[in-house]
Design a protein around this ligand. Structure first.
Ligand code: NDP
Ligand code: AKG
Length: 416
């Protein structure tokens, strides 16, 4: 387990589960590598007239259950290994929540904060131009992830339409509703996280009205999660982003913080600002929600976490050693591949709406998300309780996903 990379971690977990399920070892052989990875060099004309090239990736891990599906990340630390791992987790996620998709993920190695609006739009369009051979509504369907949003999806959609010479709205999800996006997609991931948290509180017989929550990350997922908890009268006592740590033991005014973020672009300077972002791990709380990047809960930081529940809103926030510490400390972990599946779930609703030229009301989207997410939680929980000798929720989630993928491989004649 010595400092396993995310891909090694995925492989070890899959291998363990394939052995336990006593299914064909070929299932592991098929899942251990992505189907394909496309690497592109993206030339961008900067505002000063010089040309700079950026590296972009798109990994399709699996198209067993449907077209590849997963977000596109713009971040300076994006690399092939990270994109590969993220695409692998997408395969498990879509299997757990029974969506007609495989797993994919993309990224560009860039700090979008250093680009002008024109440069960002050009980079987004160029990414689509370069990836055009491998993406499409029945092949691989992108969506937002870290540092990308509806605006970026709108530009990418426009570029794809130009390349194809016709409207193909189902090519991308997370678009603005005015051009075929689904109501509720922006909030979907955070909303789904909160469904999971409320279910876990109920199972552990914890009272939401006295529950205290700490959240690392206050971007799309972190801020919506905080706002939904606030709406449910669950007290969010601490939040951190890259620069700021905000704490109030009596509960933060989340709507005020969201307004501040919208105006200023970051929490830096918000009046409760005290301490450093790493202090988030030390907070006295009942629920800890990592909603930033991978590998944040390590052997060290896991020791500091005082919560009874960790709800993994981010993808891959916990290292293998961190996970071991959480388990030893009896912490109930809602694994990423279940906890943050609300986003891809509403992306699936968007894709279905595009396919049938329909537009669902927000209440319809939210009601279906709440119901399907609660059911997915229950299925993983039942697996943990009844079949899996009370191992962790992560183990149960992997078990359920690999069982479904193995069944599909058998049905398609890939394995005996
Ligand atoms: N968007 C979606 O629909 C989905 C996202 N996810 C996952 O959720 C996570 C967050 O994504 P999303 O909210 O979309 O991304 P955003 O880019 O909107 O937000 C990321 C947030 O994380 C913060 N952050 C980054 N590093 C740290 C750190 N070391 N300490 C504290 N805060 C940090 C950023 O701070 P700052 O703003 O200061 O840089 C920002 O607040 C990712 O793991 C993503 O893959 C999963 C499913 C769907
Ligand atoms: O909405 C989607 O299609 C994918 C979201 C995503 O990238 C994720 O769940 O990690």
């Amino acid at each position: 387990m010595s400092n396993q990379s995310p891909v090694e971690r995925f492989r070890a977990q899959i291998q363990e589960v394939v052995e336990e399920l006593d299914i064909s070892p070929s299932v592991y052989q098929i899942l251990k590598n992505p189907k394909h990875i496309m690497t592109v060099s993206i030339p961008l004309e900067r505002d000063d007239g010089t040309v700079e090239t950026f590296t972009g990736y798109r990994s399709v891990h699996s198209d067993l259950l449907g077209p590849g599906k997963g977000g596109i990340r713009f971040h300076p630390e994006v690399n092939q290994e990270e994109v590969t791992a993220l695409s692998m987790w997408m395969t498990l996620k879509t299997a757990i929540v029974k969506l007609p998709f495989g797993g994919a993920k993309g990224g560009v190695v860039v700090d979008p904060g250093t680009l002008s609006r024109r440069e960002l739009q050009q980079l987004s369009r160029q990414y689509v131009q370069q990836m055009e051979p491998v993406i499409g509504p029945q092949k691989d369907i992108p969506a937002p992830d870290v540092n990308t949003n509806g605006r970026v999806m709108g530009w990418m959609m426009d570029e794809f339409f130009k390349l194809r010479g016709r409207n193909v709205p189902g090519f991308i999800t997370g678009k603005p509703p005015v051009v075929g996006g689904s109501e509720g997609r922006v909030e979907a991931t955070g909303r789904g996280v909160v469904v999971n948290v409320m279910q876990a509180l109920e199972k552990l017989e914890m009272d939401p009205s006295t529950t205290k929550v700490a959240i690392q990350g206050f971007g799309n997922v972190g801020s919506v999660t905080a706002l939904r908890l606030y709406e449910e009268n669950v007290s969010v006592v601490a939040v951190a982003d890259v620069d700021a740590f905000i704490y109030d033991e009596n509960g933060l005014d989340i709507p005020e913080m969201v307004n501040y973020l919208e105006k200023k672009g970051s929490l830096q300077g918000y009046h409760h600002h005290d301490g450093s972002p790493e202090d988030i791990f030390e907070v006295e709380c009942d629920v800890f929600i990592p909603a930033a990047l991978e590998n944040q809960i390590t052997e060290d930081t896991a020791q500091s976490i005082k919560a009874s529940i960790v709800a993994e809103a981010a993808n891959g926030p916990t290292t293998a050693k961190g996970d071991k510490v959480l388990a030893e400390n009896g912490i109930f972990v809602i694994p990423d591949i279940l906890c943050n599946a609300g986003g891809v779930m509403v992306s699936a609703f968007e894709w279905m709406q595009n396919d049938s030229h329909d537009h669902w009301a927000k209440q319809v989207v939210n009601a279906r998300l709440d119901k399907d997410m609660a059911q997915a939680f229950q299925e993983v929980y039942d697996m943990k309780e009844e079949v899996n000798n009370n191992k962790t929720m992560r183990h149960a989630a992997y078990y359920l996903a690999v069982q479904r993928l193995g069944d599909a491989m058998y049905a398609r004649g890939w394995v005996d």
